[in-house]
Design a protein around this ligand. Structure first.
Ligand code: APR
Length: 312
């Protein structure tokens, strides 16, 4: 059997932790790449040296050379600055757009058949940048944000109800974080609608904490932003693709006619399988939900337009 290959660009907190989860799951050989000399090499070697104890049999390579990423089945882009306290994701726009554009160009030149998963922020716009530069079929460009937002939401619900996190299923729409559109009526606890188990006020409190989930971590860490949950989300996407699981997951994906978005990358529930986005699932939204979703799409569109005026 040929071995699968996943490259991770950016060997910082998110990238290195992606490599860690991926190795533990033995999903593929891993190439970790960073612009900082020695960083990817050091972390890859350290992780490889953990493999006899962790019992994972995968090849882990650290590099600064894109030729080592050639023919990757999937590339995860995590390169870029994280937030500091007081910063919004949008404050990262220009710097990270330049980094994501440069990285995507080199990634696609060496792996034209790859599926790209972008994690860098501000997420939805960075996916648009990668799509513009990479010119891959839209089905093969995705962003990881919805899984993170739903994971935060699910973990807070499980904690409040004192039940297993694995029994909470949820869908969220829209842009990452502040812009997300919560859908409590599509949240279930072991099959029971959340609205039957929790009062509206508690749900609102949890939704609010979820919206601010990223900044809560940024403020606690004081330098750097979340990395365990974001990387776990990216690896869940990798697994769905490599094992053609056809998972229903909230991801940032191309929507044109879908939800009348009109050609933007935004967070929606999709079926994720071997070809990337197999299908966008369209929900019958209520009027208030539609309005929240349109506001979220507008925000993504405005940020993307800002980039054009900056000439990026
Ligand atoms: N090419 C390759 N690697 C790069 C480049 C580049 N052009 N520019 C920066 N990097 C690397 C940095 O050297 C660093 O090691 O990207 C890495 C980013 O790691 P961290 O600073 O630890 O940031 P991290 O917490 O991993 O977040 C990365 O993901 O969740 C988002 O908002 C977050 O945009 C941020 C990204």
């Amino acid at each position: 059997m040929t071995r699968r290959k996943v490259s991770i660009i950016g060997a910082g907190q998110v990238g290195a932790t992606c490599a860690h989860w991926l190795a533990q799951k033995q999903l593929a050989d891993i190439v970790l790449l960073d612009i900082v000399e020695g960083l990817a090499q050091g972390k890859a070697l350290d992780l490889y040296e953990a493999s006899p104890v962790g019992r994972f049999d995968v090849r882990i390579t650290g590099t600064g050379d894109y030729r080592d990423t050639a023919q990757s089945d999937i590339v995860i882009i995590t390169s870029g600055l994280p937030r500091k306290p007081g910063m919004s994701r949008d404050d990262l726009l220009a710097t990270n757009a330049r980094i994501v554009a440069d990285v995507t160009r080199q990634v696609v030149a060496h792996s034209p058949q790859t599926i790209l998963i972008v994690v860098s922020n501000p997420l939805d716009v960075m996916v648009a940048v990668a799509a513009e530069v990479g010119q891959l079929p839209k089905q093969r460009i995705l962003g990881m944000a919805g899984i993170l937002d739903t994971a935060r939401y699910r973990s807070f619900i499980a904690e409040a109800l004192q039940v297993s996190v694995t029994d909470i299923l949820a869908i969220l729409l829209g842009g990452h974080g502040d812009d997300m559109v919560p859908l409590p009526r599509y949240t279930s606890v072991g099959g029971v609608p959340l609205t039957e188990l929790m009062d509206a006020e508690t749900i609102d409190r949890i939704v609010d904490r979820t919206r601010n989930g990223g900044i809560e971590i940024v403020n606690l860490l004081a330098k750097g932003s979340a990395f365990y949950a974001p990387s776990a989300g990216a690896v869940e996407m990798v697994q769905a693709i490599l094992q053609d699981q056809r998972r229903i997951l909230c991801c940032c994906a191309w929507c044109d006619q879908e939800y009348n978005v009109g050609g933007h990358f935004v967070g929606v529930p999709i079926v994720l399988g071997a070809n990337g986005v197999e299908k966008v699932i369209e929900l019958d939204l209520t009027e208030p939900e539609k309005q929240l979703f349109s506001a979220s799409v507008r925000h993504v569109a405005e940020l993307t337009a800002t980039l054009t005026t900056m000439g990026i």
